[in-house]
Design a protein around this ligand. Structure first.
Ligand code: SF4
Length: 327
C-alpha cells in the first residue's frame, strides 16, 4: 500500500472505537465505558508513531484493539491493506507474528520458570518458525546478542536479570518472529531513568537495522519527543491533535497539548515555559462530557464547546487538530 507521497502504509486505523459494557443489576448491561472513540491514524514503513496522553486516556486500549487482543466495537484496522476484522482466529494468529507487542512490565511478561533462551525459542515454536530446534536456538541466540544479552546468559532465568535487561529480552522475543511493526506499550515507564535511554536507543537502532515501524504508547512527553517521528495526542479516548514530532513541540495547537507540554521541563531558555494549570477532574469515560470532552478543563472553552463536538481538521500540512478555535 503506497500513498501519493510514495510512503508505504503499514497500518491504517480507521474510526476505531472500543466500548466496554458495564453490568447493572441482574446481569443487564447498564452503561458502557467509552475507552476509545473514533480513533484514526496511519503508520508508515520504518516510522515511529506515538500515542501520548494521561493515564486512562485510551492509548493502551487502542494498542490492544489494533492487535485484536480485545475486539473493537466499531472501526477498521488494515495491515498492508488487509482488513484484520475479516481474518479468522487462525489467520489472525499468523498475522500477529508481523505485529508484535512489547509490554510495560518486563517483570511479569517473562515466564519465571523458563530460561530466557527457552522463552525466546518458545515464541518461534508456537508460531512454527525455524525448521529445527537447533535453528531456533541459533536464531534466539543471535537476537538476544543483538539486544545486548550475552551468549553465556542464555540458560539463565528472568529473575537473574535487571529490569532493563528483562525489557531487552522481551524485545528479542518480539523480534525473532520478524515483525514489521511492534506495539510498544509504555516499554520504559517501569525502568529507572538511567536505563530508559538505553532501551530507547536500542529500539531506535533496531528500527534502522531491521526496517521496522513502532506504535509507541507513552504518557511521557520527553520520551515521546525522543523516540517519535509523528505523535497523536489522546484525551478521553480520542486523538485531539496529530502531527510530526518537531511540529508538535514547536507549534502545539490544541489547548490540551499546550498544557501537557507546559508541564515538561524545558532546557531551551528562549521558550515560553509558562505553566498551564488544568483545572477540573478528568471526566469519567463512562459519562464523557457533551460537546468537546475537554471543555470542563479548558481555559479557552466557550458555550459552543459544551454542546458541539469539534471536528478534526488539517490546519497545516499533516497537522490535524480537533478544536473549535481553529474552525
Ligand atoms: Fe477548548 Fe473548546 Fe477547543 Fe475543546 S473545542 S479544546 S473546549 S477551545
Amino acid at each position: 500500500m503506497e500513498e501519493k507521497s510514495g510512503r508505504e502504509v503499514i497500518l491504517d486505523v480507521r474510526n476505531l472505537t472500543k466500548e466496554f459494557p458495564v453490568k447493572g443489576g441482574f446481569g443487564k448491561v447498564a452503561k458502557s465505558v467509552k475507552a476509545v472513540t473514533d480513533v484514526s491514524f496511519k503508520i508508515y514503513k520504518n516510522e515511529t508513531f506515538s500515542l501520548v496522553g494521561e493515564s486512562g486516556c485510551g492509548k493502551s486500549t487502542t494498542g490492544r484493539t489494533v492487535l485484536r487482543l480485545v475486539e473493537p466495537t466499531r472501526g477498521e484496522v488494515f495491515y498492508r491493506g488487509e482488513d484484520l476484522a475479516k481474518l479468522s482466529k487462525k489467520e489472525m494468529k499468523k498475522m500477529r507474528t508481523k505485529m508484535q507487542m512489547v509490554f510495560q512490565d518486563p517483570y511479569s511478561s517473562l515466564n519465571p520458570r523458563k530460561t530466557i533462551g527457552a522463552i525466546v525459542e518458545e515464541a518461534m515454536e508456537i508460531n512454527h518458525i525455524g525448521a529445527s530446534h537447533a535453528e531456533r536456538t541459533q536464531k534466539a541466540m543471535e537476537m538476544l546478542t543483538k539486544v545486548g544479552i550475552r551468549g553465556d546468559q542464555y540458560y539463565r532465568y528472568p529473575h537473574e536479570f535487571s529490569g532493563g535487561q528483562k525489557q531487552r529480552i522481551g524485545i528479542a522475543r518480539a523480534l525473532v518472529l520478524n515483525p514489521e511493526i511492534i506495539i510498544c506499550d509504555e516499554p520504559v515507564s517501569a525502568l529507572d531513568v538511567s536505563i530508559q535511554s538505553q532501551v530507547l536507543n536500542l529500539l531506535n537502532d533496531l528500527k534502522k537495522e531491521l526496517n521496522i515501524s513502532y506504535l509507541f504508547i507513552s504518557h511521557n512527553m520527553s520520551v515521546v519527543r525522543y523516540i517519535s517521528d509523528r505523535v497523536g495526542v489522546m484525551y478521553l479516548g480520542s486523538i485531539v491533535e496529530e502531527t510530526e514530532t518537531e511540529e508538535l513541540f514547536a507549534n502545539p495547537m490544541h489547548p490540551y497539548t499546550k498544557a501537557l507540554l507546559s508541564a515538561v521541563p524545558e532546557a531551551d531558555p528562549h521558550r515560553n515555559t509558562e505553566r498551564i494549570e488544568l483545572t477540573g477532574e478528568i471526566p469519567s469515560p463512562m459519562n464523557p462530557p457533551s460537546g468537546c470532552t475537554f471543555h470542563n478543563r479548558c481555559p479557552y472553552a466557550t458555550e459552543e464547546c459544551s454542546v458541539m463536538k469539534p471536528k478534526r481538521r488539517e490546519i497545516s500540512d499533516g497537522h490535524f487538530v480537533a478544536c473549535h478555535m481553529y474552525e
